[in-house]
Design a protein around this ligand. Structure first.
Ligand SMILES: Cc1cc2nc3c(=O)[nH]c(=O)nc-3n(C[C@H](O)[C@H](O)[C@H](O)COP(=O)(O)OP(=O)(O)OC[C@H]3O[C@@H](n4cnc5c(N)ncnc54)[C@H](O)[C@@H]3O)c2cc1C
Length: 394
C-alpha cells in the first residue's frame, strides 16, 4: 500500500467512484476512501432517473427560479452524453436506458408552465418538444387521458442505482486505483504543499498524503468542509421511494409531472419505481441538528401522496402490489444549483454535490478530474462556485 497519492477521493457514492475511475484512467494514482460501504447511501437509494428537463422542484417557485436552475443545463447535456458511454468506456455491464422522458400536465396552467420551461430549455440546447393530448397518447398510451399535454425529451431515461457506482469502483480498481470501504477520513491538513489525511479503518489509523483532495461526500459535504475550516453550505433532504412487484413491461418512459411531486419509470426487470421528492422525516441529534447517519422516518402521508399522484397519471398501476418503500437523504444547495469547483483558500481541494447528483455525477466527475489535472473543465463552472454563498454574506 502506497502512502502518497496524486488524488484522494472522499466518498464512494456514484460521484466518488466515477471521479476515481476517470482520474485513474488518466494515469493518476488515486485512493478512494469510503467510510461505510461503496454505494451505501444516496447513490444506492435513489430513483435512478436521468432527468435533463427542469424538475418540478425547480419550477414550483415560478419561472424566474426555473431560469436560474436552467444554468445547470450544460452539465445536464454533458451528463446525457456521458451516461450513454459509461458502460462501454468502463468495460462494465450496468443498465443505462435513455428511451425518453415525459413531463406531464393535467390542466392548462400546468401546460402553460411546461411551454415556458420548454422554451428556456431549448434556449440552452436541450432536445425537448411539447406534445398535445393526442401526441401524448400516441407515444405513451399507458398514460391517463387526463394528461392534456407533455414535454418530451428523447434523451431522458434511467440507470440502475444498485449497480452503477459499484461498477465504476471496479473499473477504477482495474485502472490502478485503491478503493477502501470502511475507511473514514477523520482529518485533513495542508502541509508542505500537499494534503496530509488521517484515515480510520476499524481500530487502525493510517496517514497518507495527496497532492489533491476531492470531496465527493454527498450530504456530508458540509461536515468535510468544516474539517478544513471552509463553509460549504448544503441543505439535507430526506426523500421517499417505492418499488412495485415485477410486472410485464408497460411503461416506456421516465415520467415526471409539471404540477406534482412525481417521477416514475419501469426498471429493466419489471419493477415500477415511484418517487419524485416526497419528504421523509430527518432524525435529529440530541443537540437538535439533523442526524445524517440515522435512517429518516418514512411518512405515511408521503407514501399515500406519492401513490395517488402515480395512479392519477398511470392508471394501470392500480392493483399492482408494492414490493417495498424506503427513504434516503440527499442534498441541495440553497439556490438549487450544484456546488462544483475548487474550495478557495485550500489549494488542491475540490468539491461537487447538490441536486440531482446521480444524473449529474458523470459530468461532476469529469469536471473534477479536469480540475485535479490542472485543465480547464469543458463546462464553465462559474455559476456553481462552491464559495458563492460566502461571497454573498461578506
Ligand atoms: C430517495 C432519493 C431519490 C433520488 N432520486 C434521484 C434521481 O432520480 N436522480 C438523480 O439524479 N438524483 C436523485 N437523488 C439524488 C442522488 O441520489 C444524489 O444526489 C447522489 O446519489 C449523490 O451522490 P454522491 O456520490 O455525491 O453522494 P453519496 O451517494 O451520498 O455518497 C457520499 C459518500 O461519502 C461517504 N462519506 C461521507 N463522509 C465521509 C468521510 N469522512 N470519510 C469517508 N467517506 C465519507 C458516505 O459514506 C457516502 O457513501 C435522489 C436521492 C434520494 C435520497
Amino acid at each position: 500500500m502506497s502512502d502518497h497519492f496524486d488524488a484522494l477521493v472522499v466518498g464512494g457514492g456514484l460521484l466518488g467512484c466515477a471521479t476515481a475511475w476517470m482520474l485513474a484512467r488518466e494515469g493518476a494514482s488515486v485512493l478512494l476512501a469510503e467510510r461505510d460501504q461503496i454505494n451505501q447511501h444516496a447513490s444506492g437509494q435513489n430513483a435512478g432517473s436521468l432527468h435533463f428537463q427542469l424538475e418540478y422542484r425547480m419550477m414550483e417557485h415560478g419561472i424566474e427560479a426555473a431560469k436560474k436552475a436552467a444554468e445547470a443545463m450544460p452539465l445536464h447535456l454533458e451528463a446525457a452524453t456521458l451516461w450513454a458511454q459509461l458502460p462501454t468506456l468502463s468495460g462494465e455491464n450496468f443498465e443505462v436506458k435513455q428511451s425518453g422522458g415525459l413531463m406531464v400536465a393535467e390542466n392548462s396552467a400546468q401546460a402553460k408552465l411546461l411551454e415556458q420551461k420548454t422554451e428556456i430549455e431549448r434556449s440552452w440546447g436541450l432536445d425537448v418538444e411539447m406534445l398535445d393530448q393526442a401526441g401524448v397518447q400516441k407515444i405513451a398510451p399507458y398514460l391517463s387521458s387526463s394528461i392534456v399535454a407533455a414535454a418530451h425529451s428523447p434523451i431522458e431515461g434511467k440507470a440502475d442505482t444498485r449497480t452503477a457506482a459499484p461498477a465504476l469502483a471496479r473499473a477504477a480498481v482495474r485502472e490502478g486505483a485503491e478503493v477502501r470501504a470502511r475507511c473514514e477520513v477523520t482529518a485533513m491538513e495542508r502541509t508542505g504543499g500537499q494534503w496530509r489525511v488521517t484515515l480510520q479503518e476499524g481500530a487502525a489509523t493510517r496517514q497518507v498524503t495527496a497532492d489533491a483532495v476531492v470531496i465527493a461526500a454527498g450530504v456530508w459535504t458540509t461536515a468535510l468542509g468544516e474539517m478544513v475550516g471552509s463553509s460549504l453550505p448544503t441543505i439535507p433532504l430526506a426523500l421517499t421511494m417505492t418499488a412495485t412487484l415485477r410486472v410485464p413491461k408497460f411503461i416506456g418512459h421516465l415520467i415526471q409531472h409539471a404540477g406534482a411531486r412525481l417521477s416514475l419509470k419501469q426498471a429493466l426487470d419489471g419493477n415500477v419505481l415511484i418517487g419524485g421528492g416526497w419528504p421523509a422525516r430527518l432524525m435529529q441529534t440530541a443537540g437538535g441538528e439533523p442526524n445524517l447517519s440515522a435512517r429518516p422516518e418514512l411518512l405515511r402521508e408521503s407514501l399515500a401522496g406519492n401513490a395517488n399522484a402515480a395512479l392519477a397519471v398511470v392508471p394501470g398501476l392500480n392493483g399492482i402490489p408494492t414490493l417495498r418503500s424506503w427513504v434516503g437523504t440527499t442534498t441541495v444547495a440553497p439556490d438549487q444549483l450544484p456546488l462544483v469547483g475548487a474550495v478557495s483558500g485550500k489549494p488542491g481541494m475540490f468539491v461537487a454535490t447538490g441536486g440531482s447528483a446521480f444524473t449529474l455525477g458523470p459530468s461532476f466527475a469529469q469536471a473534477l478530474a479536469a480540475l485535479v489535472a490542472g485543465r480547464a473543465p469543458d463546462t464553465d463552472l462559474s455559476s456553481f462556485d462552491p464559495m458563492r454563498f460566502q461571497k454573498v454574506q461578506s
